[in-house]
Design a protein around this ligand. Structure first.
Ligand code: UDP
Ligand code: MG
Length: 321
């Protein structure tokens, strides 16, 4: 099968997924072969510390459509997806998690929908989230509510990073200047014609979640600061409110003083100083988020670095972990 310009690129970011890999291969291989089209399976190994890279390299030796790209260090799910977007060569690109929570069987449906209804984006939308924990469901719901307001578009609810995009979208996303991109927001924000395919999300097939609490916070912060200055505006409003409160306190103290009563000046001073201090800290914290973003953007640091690419080494001889 010719693999130079495949019709479909399936991009899978993987971080320490050795436990799920055997099941992943078993399910993915016959399925993709069964599609009867030119495809490439592009796995982005996001700096795994376990046997993921070794297992992938071994599998690639017997599976010509499997291409593995290894990032030098763990750069995060979204950065791994960015790498996939840059390197995929397909006419269509599907992103899917490694843990088989998104059933790979749905890929055929995504592709058929894109071709039949001639849309550029097909979102995989979870029709049932009961396999996720209560905490995950609640935080996810809050996240989508907030993001719809910030991005100013109807985001497909309960759509994660399981979706198909056309070459047009891939090229557009790759041409965007900012790096800290959150795909599930950037893609709806671009506004290409889209469709949805509903599916039931399964449990993780093996292993444990690779999204730690700190990575979830990172995603939330990136999402907010990438799309909105609303927190900064909130800081302004809080500052205004605090200023009014301080003003009232000062007036109150003046009135008490003018009425000739003894003034416990110490109380109002402490109040004013404390309030202003607290507000300043709050505003500084929020400003800091934006300054950090500007700083990173101005540095133009590479968001990922390629350490290894099976494409450039068809024999896989020089691979070393
Ligand atoms: N992942 C990654 N880099 C990371 C964290 C996660 O490439 O730093 C990958 C992971 O291997 C999986 C996908 O991102 O393919 C989604 O992660 P996971 O399934 O652990 O997240 P959850 O479903 O628990 O939100
Ligand atoms: Mg998962």
């Amino acid at each position: 099968m010719q693999t130079n310009h495949p019709l479909l690129s399936v991009v899978v970011p993987m971080y320490d997924e050795e436990e799920v890999l055997p099941i992943f291969f078993e399910r993915m291989h016959p399925l993709l072969d069964g599609l009867g089209i030119n495809y490439e399976l592009l796995v982005v190994d996001d700096g795994s510390r376990d046997a993921t890279a070794a297992l992938l390299t071994a599998a690639a030796a017997e599976w010509p459509q499997l291409r593995m790209v290894r990032l030098l260090r763990n750069s995060g799910h979204q950065a791994a997806l960015s790498a996939g977007f840059r390197l995929a060569r397909g006419e269509y690109l599907v992103t899917i998690d490694a843990d088989l929570q998104d059933p790979p069987e749905v890929i055929a449906e995504l592709l058929a929908t894109a071709r039949d209804s001639d849309v550029d984006v097909v979102y995989g939308v979870r029709s049932d989230r009961s396999s996720d924990s209560w905490g995950k469901r609640t935080t996810a719901r809050m996240y989508y509510r907030l993001m719809c307001r910030l991005v100013g578009r109807d985001l497909p609810f309960d759509a994660g990073d399981f979706r198909l995009v056309s070459r047009r979208v891939v090229d557009t996303v790759n041409g965007l200047p900012d790096d800290g991109r959150v795909f599930r927001l950037v893609i709806p924000w671009l506004g290409f014609p889209s469709a949805e395919v509903k599916y039931v999300r399964a449990e993780r097939a093996a292993g444990t979640t690779k999204y730690t609490l700190s990575k979830m916070f990172r995603l939330a912060f990136d999402s907010v600061t990438a799309f909105s200055a609303a927190p900064l505006r909130l800081a302004t409003w809080l500052g205004l409110f605090g200023g009014l409160v301080c003003f009232a306190v000062v007036i109150g103290a003046l009135v008490v003083k003018l009425s000739g009563q003894s003034v416990p000046g110490w109380t109002s001073t402490v109040l004013a100083v404390g309030l202003i201090g607290a507000l300043q800290l709050l505003c500084l914290g929020l400003l800091g988020e934006y300054v950090a973003r500007l700083f990173q953007a101005s540095q133009k640091r590479p968001q990922f670095m390629i350490g290894y690419d099976t494409l450039e080494d068809p024999g896989h001889h020089s691979y070393a972990q």
